[in-house]
Design a protein around this ligand. Structure first.
Ligand code: AMP
Length: 315
């Protein structure tokens, strides 16, 4: 059993270093930092570190550790919430003695010595709750901070319990977590409060999106447009869900221009979009996926593919 093996590895190693994906989100931080705090809270003699480039908007959840390369010697490395090795943040992930992958995305890139992938889980944070449930009679302990981090990850990846990935188990875990003492309103503010200039960009998107008869929508955010609203490409990501409530929409795509590439962020309420992302060397979940392209002509191709998927979808 995967969980048993992972638990015994965690118990056997004195030093554990936890990574997650680039461009982190609350689930990446929540699962990574939640697992760290759970291990430290349960086994105070272990050294546990979390690494990766910080996203300042997530600093309220956790801060990353700054460690030297030699810490990897004889260390167990765990990568949370990261489907493919190319997206692991901090390239030192393979310097340790053993590597474990814990993730809920389709297992396209089977990196690691031990792989635990559960695509039925709403989030990797939910999987860390599963791990706790399994290991709680084996010395693993939950505390207020761990509960806050895992709850943040679940809330983030389920869109506040809205997305279809939200299962009975998700609610059961959430119910257990809210029994701990943490400030939920503060947590929601941290995840969902947006700056006024981002709110104005939301207004622009809602005024300018176009909806095709097939139920497909796309929006292009050029560097100029982002500069006009004084919003960074990264921060514009907070607005991806904004088109989801529009009646008749089946799938949508945001094209966000960065310095050297155009990010493609696909969302769906039915048509599968991760195969479209894969066509452009990206990946993700069936209903939320991403890729990067080089030119605006490429974005026309993505739009055509998404339009086709919407036309073929009978939902
Ligand atoms: P995002 O639009 O960045 O929130 O990503 C949505 C989903 O697609 C997440 O599960 C990401 O892990 C995945 N994803 C985004 N970009 C890529 C990429 N370039 N390659 C593989 N997966 C991606």
């Amino acid at each position: 059993m995967k969980l048993e093996k992972i638990i015994s590895k965690i118990k056997n190693y004195d030093t554990i270093i936890i990574h997650r994906h680039v461009r982190p989100d609350p689930d990446a931080y929540g699962s990574q930092a939640g697992l760290k705090e759970m291990i430290i809270g349960s086994f105070p003699d272990k050294q546990v570190f979390i690494v990766g480039e910080e996203d300042p908007s997530l600093n309220f959840l956790a801060r990353m550790d700054d460690i030297s390369d030699d810490m990897y010697e004889n260390a167990l490395v765990i990568v949370c919430d990261t489907a493919n090795a190319a997206r692991i943040c901090d390239r030192r992930y393979d310097l340790g003695a053993e590597l474990i992958k814990i993730d809920h995305h389709p297992n396209v890139d089977m990196y690691g010595d031990l792989i635990w992938v559960d695509t039925s889980a709403s989030s990797t944070s939910e999987m860390i709750c599963d791990l706790y449930e399994y290991a709680k009679h084996d010395g693993f302990q939950m505390n207020n901070r761990v509960a806050m981090l895992l709850y943040a990850g679940i809330v983030g990846d389920t869109g506040r319990f809205l997305f279809p990935s939200t299962s009975q188990k998700t609610f059961q875990h959430a119910a257990e977590l809210v029994a701990y003492d943490f400030d939920r309103p503060r947590l929601y503010d941290g995840i969902y409060n947006i700056k006024d200039h981002i709110a104005r960009l939301r207004g622009y998107i809602l005024q300018h999106f176009q909806l095709s008869t097939s139920g497909m929508s796309s929006i292009r955010l050029t560097c100029d447009k982002l500069a006009e609203f004084n919003v960074s490409a990264a921060d514009s990501g907070q607005l991806i869900g904004v088109l989801g409530d529009i009646e008749g929409i089946k799938a949508w795509v945001f094209f966000i221009e960065e310095e050297d590439q155009i990010r493609v962020r696909l969302r769906s309420k039915g048509p599968v979009v991760n195969d479209i992302a894969a066509k452009y060397n990206g990946g993700g979940h069936p209903m939320a996926a991403g890729a990067s392209v080089k030119t605006w002509d490429d974005t026309d191709e993505v739009v055509a593919d998404l339009e086709k998927a919407c036309l073929q979808y009978n939902g």
